[in-house]
Write a protein that binds this ligand. Structure first.
Ligand code: NG6
Ligand code: CA
Length: 507
């Protein structure tokens, strides 16, 4: 659309001397690699000494490394919603952790980052973890036919996805809305409320399990692993957990290869390092930290495969990669996988307090690297305050694609900061925990609104940061959020509280 308009204006103003630079040079390809549950301290370039992540480190050493980049939320569904729509997920009340049979949370009429790329002539693809619902009514998807509406209705030309998470049924891959390798004689049935008669479950048949739950995860057994939700049938389509990383990375590589001549946008959501952590055997025992550490190695390997593909196709220079994670780290997230016991001195959240689910910094402060060899000639570390919600407006500025007025209204163009040209970015941003408690980070200050939510996520032993009193921290002098100084700085509290209320009211 945009291209047609530009061409038209060129014709009528008589500037026929094509191709000009804009037309002869291909727009950059853009890949967002979004890890699952990788924490601020989990990667080599962020200080992890015990885990080798050479491929991620290469990106870090050749790109801009961010120390103050945030997901909007401390769990997956809202965080991904924020990234893909440029809207804070807490503006809606239906963006919490989605079951595998949730309806599609992003509505077809919403304008997504994928629509933005598509409207500018990009080939668009989503591969890997989805977790934003499918179909128009929860629990009614036709897993044996076309699951619709789906990703093509929100801007993705191509998709190869896991509907929700590794620990939620249905445990199958869905390619362009259809279950992959399904035998029609063995249809899939899914329920999040009622077990299927005569189907074994984690609860009733622990003798069938190769991995045991520590909390929840006691319903359908798929591949010897108990999951959330009930499922039967679809035997030929079921994934094998050891192969997930390879299969989705294969598809990401196919997409890149097939679209190498066009500009493309790829959203690549890895399953690593979400539970159940069952990495391929080539990583088993290699980190010394058990499955959680081994899954980080698997993540790094997949990043390496993407890099290698770009290098061998000769398109690495003009491909911009953003690597980040959907939320902070967690150790025991519901399976007995020794994440706690084998952690040693490793600090998944770096210096930060809390973790996945939490309003403390480790909940949403995530690793972030921007890599674009053609434009980023001086790799550096940036302390600019940026949010994943800004990828949308920043990338639209990059490719000069207009966003409709009512779309992505929480997204800010921070392209200069993302490309390392400026250390100035946001004045403030908002974080969200699992209980929908919100906080504002502004400069060195952080205000957490009062909340009646629980202090601890008992299941994971994570401090959630909820407190019935207002909290104020100085992140510069106290990055571990240990001293609540709200009483000492009442005006600061009032100021940040007013800012938060104003943002909540904004339409
Ligand atoms: C929790 C699950 C956890 C994980 C999380 C979502 C239990 C006990 N815990 O409810 O295992 O699936 O939801 O994680 O069931 S996320 O990264 O996709 O948000
Ligand atoms: Ca996650």
């Amino acid at each position: 659309m945009k291209t047609q308009v530009s061409l038209f204006s060129l014709t009528i103003t008589g500037l026929a001397a094509l191709p000009t630079q804009g037309f002869s040079q291909k727009q950059p390809n853009v890949i967002i690699i979004l890890a699952d549950d990788i924490g601020y301290g989990d990667l080599g370039w962020l200080g992890a000494k015990t885990i080798a992540t050479p491929n991620v480190n290469r990106l870090a050493n050749e790109g801009i490394r961010f120390t103050n980049c945030h997901a909007t939320s401390a769990t997956s569904t809202p965080s991904r919603y924020g990234l893909l729509t440029g809207l804070y997920p807490w503006r809606r009340d239906d963006t919490g952790i989605a079951p595998g049979d949730a309806a599609m949370i992003i509505k077809p009429e919403q304008y997504t980052i994928a629509d933005m790329f598509k409207n500018s002539g990009y080939a668009t693809g989503a591969v890997g973890k989805w977790h934003l619902g499918l179909g128009d009514l929860a629990g009614t998807q036709d897993w044996n036919g076309l699951v619709s509406p789906g990703l093509k209705d929100i801007g993705f030309d191509y998709s190869f996805i896991m509907a929700a998470t590794g620990d939620r049924v249905p445990c199958v891959f869905i390619e362009n809305g259809r279950t992959v390798k399904l035998d029609k004689q063995d249809p899939i049935k899914v329920s999040y409320s009622t077990p299927f008669p005569n189907e074994p479950t984690g609860k009733n048949n622990p003798e069938l399990l190769r991995i045991h739950p520590s909390d929840g995860h006691d319903m359908a057994i798929v591949d010897g692993i108990p999951r959330i939700g009930y499922m039967r049938g679809g035997k030929s389509a079921l994934w094998h957990d050891e192969d997930i990383a390879d299969r989705i990375t294969d598809k990401a590589l196919d997409f890149i290869q097939q679209n190498q001549a066009k500009p493309f946008f790829l959203y690549f959501g890895t399953n690593d390092i979400h539970v159940p952590r069952v990495p391929n055997e080539r990583f088993v025992g290699k980190s010394g930290m058990g499955p959680r550490g081994d899954a980080i190695l698997s993540f790094d390997y997949c990043v390496g495969r993407v890099m290698h593909a770009l290098d061998s196709l000769g398109i690495a220079d003009n491909t911009l990669i953003i690597l980040s994670s959907d939320n902070g780290p967690v150790l025991d997230d519901g399976y007995k996988d020794q994440a706690v016991e084998l952690l040693g001195t490793h600090k998944p959240g770096g210096a930060y307090r809390g973790g996945k689910y939490s309003i403390f910094e480790a909940g949403t402060r995530v690793p972030c690297i921007v890599w674009w060899k053609k434009e980023i000639k001086k790799p550096s570390v940036s302390n600019a305050l940026v949010s994943q919600i800004d990828y949308f407006a920043s990338l639209s500025a990059l490719i000069k694609s207009n966003i409709p007025v009512n779309a992505a209204t929480d997204s800010k163009n921070e392209l200069n900061a993302l490309l390392g040209k400026s250390q100035d970015a946001r004045d403030y941003l908002i974080e969200q925990n699992i209980n929908n408690t919100l906080s504002v980070v502004s400069g060195n200050w952080k205000y957490i609104e009062p909340s009646n939510g629980p202090k601890i996520n008992v299941s994971t032993n994570t401090e959630l940061g909820n407190n019935t009193l207002p909290q104020l921290y100085n992140l510069k002098t106290d990055n571990g959020e240990t001293k609540n100084i709200a009483k000492k700085f009442p005006q600061k509290v009032e100021h940040l509280k007013a800012l938060l209320e104003k943002m909540k009211e904004k339409k």
